[in-house]
Design a binder for this molecule. Structure first.
Ligand code: SF4
Length: 299
């Protein structure tokens, strides 16, 4: 069980169950607030064997040294961060992934989440991560032909991997929402239900230099679909888009860099994975870079 102090009260978190309780009747003085972001995502490598056209991960070779990752996790754990999410690129290309996740499990109270395309998972990888990873998010952008066209892998191969992952980990599905996938949302939600996924995370496509991102028409269709969805899978959405949906904010006062930060595979701390402003995490550590980034954002 981990306790985090902040402007909304005392946040109690159990990584084994994903259980969260907010004691919001307790007012915590500002000088006692936990200094680390609530959640930090870390791109452990830029390498990926797929080439999705809407990918915004940097394409130069970079990977975080394992010792550095462990040092950052120890610092974030002590600073009240509740969880780290490893992604990339594709995190299963990062050789030290099992050792880094084991470090988090044995030496910190951090929950570890992985975001993966799923195709490199096998029994050996499962065994090396079991007990050290609390949640696996699998990217499923559409189903059948849509999935195969966008991801360049067969849909039956994905189904095999989803079965393997969901048998061994709590699992969620991530779906990039764009003009190709928005009409597949009902089928993706049905797949999530069938695979016993704990969540379906909707990620409206972000603009890149090559693509405009999800249009307002796509967002409207997505909003309509969400309003009409009455299935059992909890839905969540990336918070940074112009949706008209009412979104629950369980910790409304803990926003911006207090709630979330991203470290890319070259070791730059950013407000989000696609933010152009980054501060190198140097010898002084993540919190020092966080203060520098806060100052840069305020300037
Ligand atoms: S699987 Fe993810 S990291 Fe790899 S190319 Fe596709 S979007 Fe990018």
């Amino acid at each position: 069980m981990k306790y985090r102090l902040g402007p909304d009260g005392i946040h109690v978190f159990d990584r084994a169950t994903g259980w969260n309780v907010l004691l919001d009747e307790i007012v915590v003085p500002e000088h006692q607030w936990s200094p680390g972001p609530r959640q930090v995502s870390i791109a452990v490598t830029n390498t990926c064997d797929l080439s999705c056209s809407y990918c915004y991960a940097p394409k130069h070779r970079a990977a975080a040294p394992a010792e550095q990752l462990c040092r950052w996790m120890a610092e974030l754990d002590a600073a009240g961060t509740l969880g780290v999410g490893f992604g990339g690129g594709e995190p299963t290309h990062f050789r030290a992934l099992p050792e880094v996740c084991a470090y988090a499990a044995e030496h910190t109270g951090l929950a570890v989440t992985l975001t993966t395309h799923g195709h490199r998972w096998d029994n050996q990888l499962v065994a090396s991560l079991r007990g050290a990873v609390q949640f696996v998010r699998v990217s499923v952008d559409g189903v059948s032909d849509t999935y195969e066209r966008l991801r360049g892998r067969t849909f039956p191969a994905l189904l095999d991997k989803l079965g393997l992952i969901s048998e061994n980990f709590r699992m969620g599905l991530n779906c990039v929402v764009n003009s190709d996938t928005v009409t597949d949302l009902t089928a993706v939600a049905a797949l999530a239900e069938q695979q016993r996924a704990s969540e379906l995370l909707l990620l409206p496509e972000q603009p890149t230099a090559a693509r405009p991102g999800a249009t307002s028409a796509v967002i409207e269709l997505m909003d309509e679909w969400v309003r009409s969805y009455d299935g059992p899978v909890p839905l969540s959405i990336s918070a940074h888009i112009g949706t008209s949906l009412p979104i629950a904010e369980p910790l409304p006062l803990e926003s911006g860099l207090r709630s979330y930060a991203h470290i890319d595979a070259s070791g730059y701390l950013r407000a989000t994975s696609y933010s152009s402003v980054g501060v190198a995490v140097g010898e002084a550590g993540v919190l020092s870079a966080l203060r520098e980034l806060e100052e840069a954002e305020a300037a």
